[in-house]
Design a protein around this ligand. Structure first.
Ligand code: SAM
Length: 330
């Protein structure tokens, strides 16, 4: 097992399978002039399988595929199929904007994908277009319903943005009441060299929960699953679904962080906010380097995982890292 110097065990890997995204969310897009990773440096599916076989030997049980947009990568279904076949014990999850999954949902179910995290910052069609640059809200909502029909669990991740989607709190609550989905608001983080983060956008979880409680009773849900992430969850009234908050700024969870991230070109990041990356690509690709060497680097890097960052002290924070989420793997 990978264990860091603070006693935290690493059991969760977020693997970015592409740095490209079909949407252009205003707070996440790479700055002008940013170049995408050249194709030859993107981990191939074979590279990723080799890597995932290796980390599963280190007791990393949970893997989330992300991006960029994972479904923008060609032949993703083939990859998922192989992954499920070769590593059936892996707790495999995906994060997606759900704009490209229509027509793939039955296959996802057949492959054995049990749940999707779907990013959706608004339920208003015009606003969706303004945030993402695309008119895809209806398609996303239809795909959410299709997932539910197929028995695929849906968690909807909303970046909490004051002045952008705080006026939609009732609509999101209503969604969690009417449909068996988790709606989770995540605080906007200052990420990326040209981050748009400013205090005006910052909608702290405590404030959001206070506003939600004025709309409906929130009953705390205690989750015993050891793989459960840092979300605090509530049942709104007698709703079918749940409402939650993830608070990396106001209540950071660095002391219990159990994750590693690997970028689409094999950069291992032991902390989202640290630009330090360990280059795994040569270790994965070179036939002259043994798997043991790769495992050793993963373990050593894991050991040095930083304790965390003081994200928000009340002053306007500068960006904490150079890359935006879509390029790190959000
Ligand atoms: N394309 C996929 C998707 O949309 O879910 C996966 C990648 S996307 C970068 C992952 C998540 O990161 C999205 O929910 C996005 O809203 C979120 N995100 C991007 N920048 C963020 C920021 N600065 N603070 C908080 N969340 C952010």
């Amino acid at each position: 097992m990978i264990q860091d110097n603070y006693g935290r065990g690493i059991s969760y890997l977020r693997l970015s399978i592409t740095d490209r995204c079909n949407l252009n969310c205003f707070y996440c897009r790479p700055g002008k002039g940013t170049r995408f990773i050249p194709h030859k440096n993107i981990l191939t599916y074979e590279d990723m399988l080799y890597l995932l076989h290796s980390v599963s030997g280190l007791k990393v049980q949970k893997v989330r595929l992300t991006g960029g947009e994972p479904f923008a990568r060609r032949d993703i279904l083939y990859f998922l199929h192989r992954l499920k076949h070769e590593l059936p014990e892996l707790d495999l999850r995906l994060t997606t904007n759900a704009t490209l999954i229509a027509g793939k949902i039955r296959t996802l179910k057949d492959i054995g994908i049990k749940g999707l995290n779907i990013s959706l910052d608004t339920l208003d069609r015009d606003k969706y277009r303004r945030i993402t640059g695309h008119d895809s809200l209806n398609s996303v909502l239809t795909s959410i319903e299709r997932c539910l029909e197929e028995g695929i669990r849906v968690k909807i991740n909303v970046v909490a943005l004051k002045g952008v989607n705080d006026d939609e709190l009732d609509d999101f609550i209503q969604l969690a009441v009417d449909r068996p989905v988790d709606v989770r608001f995540i605080e906007f983080m200052p990420i990326g060299e040209k981050t748009l983060w400013k205090k005006d956008y910052y909608w702290p979880s405590a404030e959001l929960l206070q506003a939600a409680e004025k709309i409906i009773a929130l009953n705390p849900v205690h989750i015993l699953d050891k793989n459960h992430g840092p979300a605090r969850m509530f049942r709104p009234g007698n709703g079918l679904g749940r409402l939650g908050v993830i608070s990396p700024l106001s209540e950071h969870f660095c002391t219990t962080c159990n994750r590693l991230r690997i970028t689409a070109n094999g950069g291992l990041r032991t902390c989202l906010f640290s630009d330090r990356e360990y280059r795994l690509l040569p270790l994965i690709r070179s036939r002259r380097i043994s798997r043991e060497k790769l495992l050793l680097v993963l373990k050593r890097a894991g050991q040095r995982k930083p304790m965390g960052h003081e994200l928000y002290t009340g002053n306007e924070p500068k960006s904490l890292c150079r890359r935006v989420m879509s390029s790190i793997g959000g």
